[in-house]
Design a protein around this ligand. Sequence first.
Ligand code: UDP
Length: 397
Amino acid sequence: MRIAYYNHTSSVSGAEINLLVTAAHYKRAEVTIMAPEGDLLERAREAGLLVVALPSYNARLSRNPLRLAAGILGMIRAGKQLSDAVMAGGAEVIHANSLRAGMMASLFYWRHRIPVVWHLHDNPPKGLVGKLIRMYAAKAAQAFIAISEPVMKGFGSSSGTVHLIHNGAVLSPFSELEKKRYRIDLRRQLDTPAGGRVMVIIGQIAPWKRQEDAIRALHSLIQQGEENYLWIVGEPKFREENLHYLKELQRLADELNVTRHIRFTGFRNDVDQLCCAADLLLLCSENEPFGRVIIEAMAQGTPVIATSGGGVGEIIEHGKSGLLYETGNIPQLVDHIRSLQSNDRLRKQISVNCVERVGGYFSIEQAAAKTEHVYAQLVRESAERNNRLEQTKGVAK
Ligand code: UDP
């Protein structure tokens, strides 16, 4: 099966990492990544995947009528360019890796006649825009893949072709010895005491990721006499407000006098190793659609404390394979951190259970196989459609 994987941006976050990791695990699908030149394509080339560079395009739609019109025109142009590329490459399925990518890929379906599967990674926009997008999607897409139940429900299963496929993680490729090595080396690199307690929070720096809650929890622990360190891993992406948020976080750390205990690492390419080097992972997001980083940490046996909203509850069974707390509830978060740090048995049990949980439900092999199943179904349906069309033409002659 020849699959054109279309990503409308070259910036790399969870959706793009999922794309790269899954594409590397297909057994039958031959993937070509189509995206603007940049980080994603560089990583894809490094991974030995086929790539096609498309002209870049600003995908943000505005309320300003002139900018909106320019945005729509840009989208039509991008859709046409994609359509040329998929036809030239002989793709049998287009895998559109976001809502916007789906909209552009489906725009020229009448021309390329290649089935399009929209991969839904985020909660859909609210209000009239969201409603219009859902109506268009129900008519335009041949199938959907949703990364969690809330994302699937938020989108409304207006058509019967929504597949729930959680992200998959690669189970720990590291030996115990290697893990110990990362612990020593990375702590040294990040100027953190070898025996100190380390919490890590990983993801784009953005207000909805609520890294501020991790800083407040750290402050509270230190006030209670519990020495701890916090690594804030990631960078602000996509929006100006995210850059401001990073400054706010640094200000907050200053105000609370915890700067000495925090390391802002920026974007890192060694997330798996960082998870091994830390004692636990925090995820403080408001309504996280899935949280790929959770399964990455769990795959290393690193216990996770996460907010209970969004898709997180599908991954973590509270008290068994991790701990959940209510978004923004700092005392509850601090309680959970303290109980993990003070209770060896609980920590070890969760560490074993979370690896099992990822192996059982969130392995990359399962995610890749389910996605290939969707492709096969789309190829079959498309062939049937084309046959029917040929027959109708035959009868008409
Ligand atoms: N990530 C990374 N380096 C960083 C921060 C994040 O490689 O400095 C990766 C992380 O390992 C995960 C992805 O980015 O694979 C983030 O995905 P997630 O679903 O957790 O969050 P998103 O940013 O997509 O909302």
